[in-house]
Write a protein that binds this ligand. Sequence first.
Ligand code: SF4
Length: 457
Amino acid sequence: MKQPITTSLFSLFKVGPGPSSSHTIGPMRAGFLFFNACRGLPEDVLRQAASMRVQLFGSLSATGVGHGTDAAVLAGLLGTAPEDCPPEYLLRLARVPHEKYELDLGGKRLGVSLDDIRHDAVIHKFPYSNTLVASLLDPAGKTLFSREYYSVGGGFVTWKGAVPEAVGAPAHAYSNMNELHALVREHGLNIYEIMLDNETAITGAPRSAIIHQLNELIERMLGSVRRGLDSEGVLPGTLKVQRKARMLWQRAEELSFTDPERLLARLNACAFAAAEENAAGGVIVTAPTCGAAGVIPAIIHAMRYDLRIGDRAIREGFLAAAAVGFIAKNNASIAGAEVGCQGEIGVASAMAAAMLTDARGNRFRYTENAAEVALEHHLGITCDPVQGYVQIPCIERNAMGAVKAYNASIIATGTDPYSHRVSLDAAIAAMAETGREMSCKFKETSLGGLAVSMVEC
Ligand code: SF4
């Protein structure tokens, strides 16, 4: 068996500011970690410190402006963790580019500003595309302390020389869908039971606390939909993209209850709503990333308000979605900068398809097949955000991901599950290979695809 999955549910589903998990939440976390690491330095080192510098490499350098990376790093350096980020904070920081903010390193005070965040080489030799090098400097610019951080997708961050955090061994070890299926078969457990047992074993948290936190995440996702549906106007950035969720919702509400388009129209509106909240820098839940933050909330909204599925079944389906996200992350990637948009919207759609299928009481095989169908039909999709903003094609792509998830569930549950020929593991392997072969032009650098072919009027 490959290394078993030991990721916590609450590392996969993270609360934080949009628009990008790898370019906003990850870099913010890196800045925050560097702030804390500096606070722990010996006094004699801190005494010499005069400034800080953060260099952005790879896709972070190429599309950092559109993703709000600079402001996110600055916010982290100033001691704000993504989950504590107040609404609009990053937008406020971005508005005043040269403003110096005082940073307190425990007795030693320094001034930092957006000018200290530098965009460096797009093509580089670091082991991960999204690399940041943070340095504490003396008055002559000599490095006193430096750390190389990697934003590896979904808001996860590691650094050169990091020792993996000690976590408990999972109660039910698996590394892919085939092994998860074997656990279900052998022990007669449901996916949600395996997920809850593992979460307790890995983190030590009691089941009641995990369930409480899961319920909160689901409500936060629905909150991002509601805020998006209530908002109008133009999204931040130079593209001047108009918010469309509210209008889509109003159109959907004009349809009669028996109109077959109604559910689809509401699904589109909800996916747009959460994705627009993300694009506006609002606080969302990574699912599995910020760019794909509209797919799962749209399906949850449909499950609760259109399909009238109960909260417990939704929560259990949500845990099936988590299993799919874990397996995709463990065996390929959920970062657009690593494998293109197939790893973001594709994985989100697969997770949502699994969630819906499980929540409707279907057996494991149907759930796996639904996830596979959704992912299979996102294979090869590139990440080419225009001007680096998580707006075009990202917002519409969330709606397409939600609709495909719904359809994947219909296809999977409407056919003999044993006649399905492609496993989820095979689709994930195909995604990993396709991502490896994909030119870096199509992996969140805005150097190819729609990002360069769209003519701006
Ligand atoms: S194109 Fe897809 S992967 Fe790229 S930023 Fe947009 S949503 Fe994320």
